[in-house]
Ligand binder design. Structure first.
Ligand SMILES: C[S@@+](CC[C@H](N)C(=O)[O-])C[C@H]1O[C@@H](n2cnc3c(N)ncnc32)[C@H](O)[C@@H]1O
Length: 278
C-alpha cells in the first residue's frame, strides 16, 4: 500500500485497497488522458496519476476540491493532475479530449443519468472508455447467527441501508428522472460497445488491521445512526439492541472481541467503449 494511503481515514484505506487493483486493470496502457468526473478528495485521481496518467479531476463541491488540492500537493506522482470545480453533467472540456472517463460513486447523485452519460461520452475520444464505478456486493462481516437477535442480522442491516438510501435520494434529489435499469444498460443505451462489468473484492479474517477493524465498527455505527436519524427508524427493537451491544466496547458482545468475523467487501465497475453511435 502507498505510504500516503496509510495516512488516510480507515474508510478510505479499505476503499482504496479495492479501487487500486481496479485502476490497475483500467490503466494497462500508460499515460492515458483521464477525466475523473466527481473526483471527491482526489484519492482515485492520485492513483491514476501515480501510474503516469494525465488526470483532470472535476467536482462541484469546493470543500472536496480543497481536500483534493491539499492531498495532491503532499504526495509525489509521475503523471499530471489538474483539478477544477465543475458539474459533470455540463463539462467545460472540449469534445474528444479523454482516453478514459472514470466516474466513481458520483453518477447516483445526478438527476438525469442518461443526459449525463451523453455529456461524459462527448468528451471521450472515439474508442475511449467510460468506467462507471457504482454499486457492489453487500458488505458482510457478521456470522449468520450471532446469538443476540434473530439470525440474519447482516442482511437486515443491508435492507436498512437500502431503505435509508432511497429516502435520502428522494429528499435530496427530488428532480431525479427515474432510471429503473442497470448501469450496463446506461452504457448500452448511450451507444457504448464492448461493455464489461467486473467486481473487485477484498476479504479478511481476524486479526484485522486497525483500518479494517475501524471500517467494520464505522459501518455498523453508521447503520445505527441512520436508524435514529431523519429517515429512520429502519431496524426492529431486537436488532437495535443487538447493534448497541456489538458497538459497546465494554460489553461481552463487543464486535471486535469476536474471532469469527469475516470481512467481505466488493465494488463493481461497468466499462464501455465509445463507438461512432455513442
Ligand atoms: C461519494 S463521493 C466519491 C468521490 C470519488 N469519486 C471517490 O470515489 O472517492 C461523490 C462525489 O461526487 C461529487 N458530485 C456529485 N454530483 C456531482 C456533479 N453533478 N458534478 C460534479 N461532482 C459531483 C460530490 O461532490 C462528491 O465529491
Amino acid at each position: 500500500m502507498n505510504h500516503w494511503v496509510t495516512q488516510l481515514n480507515s474508510n478510505s484505506q479499505v476503499y482504496l485497497s479495492v479501487i487500486e487493483p481496479m485502476i490497475d486493470w483500467l490503466c494497462a496502457e500508460q499515460a492515458l488522458q483521464v477525466l475523473d468526473a466527481g473526483c471527491g478528495r482526489g484519492e482515485p485521481a492520485l492513483l491514476f496519476a501515480s501510474r503516469g496518467c494525465r488526470v483532470t479531476g472535476v467536482d462541484k463541491d469546493a470543500t472536496m476540491l480543497e481536500s483534493a488540492l491539499h492531498l495532491v500537493s503532499q504526495v509525489p506522482f509521475s503523471g499530471e493532475i489538474k483539478l477544477a470545480q465543475g458539474d459533470l453533467a455540463q463539462l467545460a472540456d472540449e469534445d474528444d479530449s479523454f482516453d478514459l472517463v472514470w466516474t466513481s460513486a458520483a453518477l447516483h447523485h445526478v438527476a438525469d443519468k442518461v443526459a449525463t452519460v451523453k455529456e461524459l461520452s462527448r468528451v471521450l475520444k472515439l474508442g475511449g472508455r467510460l468506467a462507471i464505478r457504482e454499486g457492489g456486493l453487500p458488505l458482510q462481516f457478521l456470522p449468520f447467527d450471532i446469538g443476540l437477535t434473530a439470525p440474519g442480522l447482516q442482511d437486515r442491516l443491508h435492507v436498512a441501508d437500502n431503505q435509508w438510501f432511497v429516502s435520502m435520494t428522494q429528499a435530496t434529489l427530488p428532480e431525479e428522472r427515474p432510471y429503473p435499469f442497470g448501469w450496463s444498460q446506461l452504457l448500452r443505451g448511450a451507444g457504448f460497445v464492448n461493455i464489461q462489468a467486473r467486481t473487485f473484492l477484498m476479504e479478511a479474517l481476524p486479526p484485522f488491521t486497525a483500518a479494517q477493524a475501524e471500517f467494520i465498527t464505522y459501518h455498523l455505527w453508521r447503520t445505527y445512526e441512520r436508524d435514529r436519524g431523519q429517515y429512520g427508524p429502519l431496524l426492529n427493537e431486537a436488532d437495535c439492541l443487538a447493534v448497541q451491544q456489538l458497538l459497546d466496547s465494554s460489553s461481552p458482545h463487543y464486535i471486535l472481541a469476536r474471532d469469527d468475523l469475516h470481512l467481505r467487501y466488493g465494488l463493481c465497475v461497468y466499462v464501455g467503449e465509445k463507438s461512432s453511435d455513442s
